[in-house]
Design a protein. Sequence first.
Length: 256
Amino acid sequence: MDKAVAERLRVWAAQYNTPAFIPDDPVSFPHRFNDRLDIEVSAFLTAWIAYGRREHILAKAGLLHDWMGESPYAFIMEADDEFAVLRGEASEGRRDTFYRFYTFADLRRLCRRLREIYRRYGSLEAAFASIPAGECPTRRLRRLFPDIVGIPSVTSGCACKRLAMFLRWMGRRDGIVDFGLWHESLDPDELLVPLDTHVRQVALELGLTRRKETSWRAAAEITDALREVFPGDPCLGDFALFGYDMDKTRKQEKER
């Protein structure tokens, strides 16, 4: 990797991996809580809806957390079996949309699956740890949620950005933005960069990949490139890519 690019990535990572990053990011929702089970539930449900425009994500995550109240974990475990509060007001014959492509039925199905996991394993980390190692953590996590809308099948070749983001929150250990709660089951060096079309374009511009598709292979290639700059902690580079885009946006605004 070009030394100048590597140095810029280090600077941007240090600049954006700070507490100031939290308030305007989806990670702000699990940061409302101190209990690890509340953090897990909040983080997973927030990551599940984290696609589209940021302001829409934050608004919908805010509404979801209003429904869940002071303890997302207690909500999952103590709500009625049908999660009746999680229902829309769709008229007959119209789709009960919760958020973009998700319906309220999709949300209730996910909540029931989370309840099953917590009843059986006690925590989402324990459930994750029960899956034999040998695969990328993102693929292992996917095995806990078969047939859940919004969570791709294990055999798909997509980058699984939302699951990768959740695992970054749980796995990175510096305790600044990310929580590092899964220190017994997850090595930060195993993490995959959360890749969407936006991050892929930034990585292309920086020469971190030549792939033009938002795929598993592209995410792995970008992660490998970031590992050269951030040994043992490649997803620290996620903040660097965000920083690169912010720097680019500021320059474009000054030129207008």
